[in-house]
Design a binder for this molecule. Structure first.
Ligand code: SF4
Length: 717
């Protein structure tokens, strides 16, 4: 029996795994599924309170399913894959890496990580890229997830921790405003923490769709605002204007704890309610109700990918932070601002060095003191460390380009499915096909692996030791319940073997507990300080049903909770004050009436209850696939009627980037100018074929949440 946490989202629900004994009829055998080697039961923990969603309940099935990678695979001249010995696979990789580096320089080699990797792997991947490969070109799929909110948090507060308070603090809230977040589908047990606000009539949901979460506002439980996609920034500026104009702000807090109020006030003054209504479509009366409700105290503002995955995502998250700050919510005892991290280790994944611009401890790679500290831990000179790399989308734009002109010739992918999750996936496919070497380390044979030269099998969650950091900054132990397939090897071992073949400096431990100790040393004194933690201490906390929050500095006791609520005494800027940052609406958004041109619709994308990220894992679980077997286009019945489409009609969506085929489903709760397609599906259903590679200039976040498309019927052709 092992206590661990769910392999999927950032709520990291607590669960217990019990190995299934041969011949038993319990667990999944009873459901006549192929035998899973463990059964899953939920465990009491503050975040999930004994609950799991259907992804968590079925998570053990993936341990036994076909679709796993169980041997190293090398692509043959005829395009097929052949099983290979580890030594042959690693030697081939090392040889091509050496050749690319010798011919084009170290930046011709790149690494792409994932937000599902354990803290130990994320840390080791950053070290491996910078020391063993000598490349600056490392980034990860969290760029597509948390980068805008992270940039906004760093700018305003001087640090970024998804929720800088306990999830359970939300239970006491009078008002919770969810802006572009749909936890009722993405992390259902989280909705237990919305109940207090619902009972107080204070759940506010901002979303162009009537999502499952938006439905929770019905019957007097709250308010649903449906702004036109991409106009969230205008709405937030308008709400800030309203609370200032109606003198609902907390002047004492603004004077004592923030900088920049005068400039902020000037910047929002032009966003009076009628003008905001004309751009967003949100009625003036609803704007006033929301502004006044937020000002009554006990309120939390939570943003999600719906408002962050835009070319102005950082400024939009900043506008939400500004609103929370002028109301005096951040750092108070009963309110705040947070962002809902999506991926399982989306928080830890961005703290330990797999981001292009960061070193362990969430330090800037350009900070000389940080470079010296980390270099000393690694036993190298600071000059050995490359400078900052480039964000994921820019990096993918260099794939397959001539190495002599700064192109990337070799790519190592760890725990990411680029061919489904990246913007403009048609261009990404062409880039991947032009590489000299594509290596995919994964436990499932996903769409990206199908293009690889070498695929390496690794263990998955129930088969490995490590740590994850959840959406509220708690560091959680992941304990192995069963052994991995005989030929699978941990990424830590793979990196150590490659580092040895590449004559890399430093040491390359393969024991996760030892790697964690090094990570803790490297993080000491940084923003995300883990220096007081170890696997042994986390095991003791797990046994006691607890888990500590970072920062957790050396010297803290076993009983310490770490730091659950941040900002009570000050913000992380040197002067301890938060920054109110005046942001502007760019010309292409300002004063554009809601809705695109007549023959176009606005496409938004998102997740479904039964699937996770690119779907590479959840599409292999029969129960989940059965519940959501295809990408269905949500469309308003009136729009469908205008286009001559019946419920279930086959359609083509197209724009200048590509085309997608799918069927429609009527959704009376969506705006008539908007359609929604989930992003968990591949091939002809892959919505990211339609998404441009345009990015937020601050965070590097692509514009996933607003594409213009034409929709036409395919039926009868
Ligand atoms: Fe797993 Fe998230 Fe579902 Fe919890 S809510 S069971 S962590 S997928």
């Amino acid at each position: 029996m092992s206590d661990t946490h769910c392999p999927y989202c950032a709520l990291q629900c607590a669960m217990r795994l019990t190995p299934v004994t041969a011949g038993s009829d319990d667990g999944f055998d009873k459901l006549n599924h192929r035998a899973a080697p463990v059964t899953v039961s939920p465990r009491e923990f503050p975040t999930n309170r004994g609950g799991l969603c259907r992804k968590g309940w079925t998570s053990a099935e993936l341990l036994a399913r076909p679709g796993r990678v169980v041997h190293p695979l090398i692509r043959q001249p005829d395009g097929s894959f052949a099983e290979a010995a580890w030594d042959a696979a690693l030697e081939l990789i090392a040889e091509r890496l050496r050749a690319a580096r010798a011919t084009f320089g170290p930046d011709a080699v790149a690494v792409f990580g994932g937000g599902g990797l354990t803290n130990e792997k994320a840390y080791q991947l950053g070290k491996f890229a910078r020391l063993a490969l000598g490349t600056s070109r490392i980034d990860y799929n969290g760029r597509y997830c948390m980068s805008s909110a992270a940039a906004a948090g760093n700018r305003a507060f001087g640090l970024d921790r998804g929720l800088p308070f306990r999830v359970t603090d939300l239970d006491e809230a009078r008002t919770i405003m969810l802006i572009g977040s749909n936890p009722a589908d993405t992390m259902p047990p989280f909705t237990r923490h919305l109940e207090g606000a619902r009972e107080a009539g204070g759940l506010i949901v901002v979303d162009p769709r009537q999502t499952t979460t938006a439905k929770l506002t019905q019957d007097g439980a709250g308010i649903h605002l449906q702004p036109a996609p991409g106009t969230d920034l205008v709405l937030l500026l308008g709400l800030t204007h309203l609370v200032i104009a109606e003198d609902l702000v907390d002047r004492a807090f603004i004077d004592a704890r923030t900088e920049g109020f005068a400039a902020l006030r000037r910047s929002v003054s032009q966003w009076w309610p009628e003008r905001v209504a004309s751009v967003t479509g949100v009625p003036v009366e609803l704007q006033r109700r929301v502004a006044r409700r937020l000002a009554e105290g006990g309120a939390y503002l939570l943003t999600g990918r719906g408002v962050e995955q835009h070319v102005d995502g950082t400024d939009t998250a900043t506008a939400a932070i500004n609103l929370a700050l002028v109301l005096g919510l951040v750092g108070s005892a009963d309110g705040g601002y947070g962002t809902m991290t999506g991926q399982g280790n989306g928080q830890g994944g961005r703290e330990h060095g797999q981001k292009a611009d960061q070193l362990p401890g969430y330090r800037k790679i350009t900070d000389l003191a940080a470079r010296a500290h980390v270099a000393a831990v690694w036993g190298v000179e600071p000059e050995t460390l490359p400078g900052p790399g480039i964000p994921a989308t820019e990096l993918l734009g260099l794939l397959g380009r001539p190495g002599a002109r700064g192109g990337v010739r070799c790519l190592l992918v760890h725990g990411s499915n680029l061919l489904v999750s990246s913007p403009d996936v048609n261009a990404v496919r062409a880039g991947l096909a032009g590489l000299d070497l594509l290596v995919v380390c994964d436990f499932v044979f996903n769409e990206t692996a199908a293009l690889a030269d070498v695929v390496l099998p690794v263990p998955q969650w129930a088969e490995e030791e490590g740590t994850m950091t959840n959406l509220e900054g708690r560091v959680l132990r992941r304990q192995a319940a069963i052994a991995p397939p005989a030929e699978a090897r941990s990424e830590l071992w793979i990196m150590a073997e490659l580092a040895r073949r590449l004559d890399a400096p430093s040491t390359w431990p393969t024991d996760p507990a030892v790697v964690f100790d090094e990570l803790a040393l490297a993080s000491a004194g940084g923003i995300a300080d883990y220096s007081g933690l170890s696997h042994a201490r986390l095991d003791a906390q797990l046994a006691a049903g607890r888990a500590a929050y970072w920062p957790f500095a050396a010297g803290a006791t076993d009983e310490s909770e770490g730091t659950p609520r941040l900002f009570a005494d000050g913000f992380a800027h040197p002067d301890g004050r938060a920054r109110l940052v005046a942001v502007k609406v760019r010309s292409e958004i300002a004063d554009v009436p809601a809705g695109p041109a007549d023959d176009e619709l606005t496409l938004i994308t998102g997740r479904l209850l039964g699937h996770y990220q690119s779907g590479a894992q959840t599409r292999l679980v029969p129960e989940l696939l059965e519940a959501a077997p295809e990408a269905l286009l949500e469309i308003h019945p009136a729009t469908a009627a205008r286009l001559g489409l019946g419920d279930g009609a086959a359609v083509e969506l197209s724009n200048e980037h590509g085309r997608v085929e799918c069927r429609v489903v009527f959704a009376p709760g969506i705006r008539p100018d908007t359609v929604f397609l989930p992003f968990h599906f591949a091939g002809d259903e892959s919505v990211n074929r339609l998404v441009a590679a345009a990015c937020d200039p601050i965070s590097g976040m692509p514009e996933f949440k607003r594409s213009r498309v034409r929709v036409r019927a395919l039926t009868g052709e």
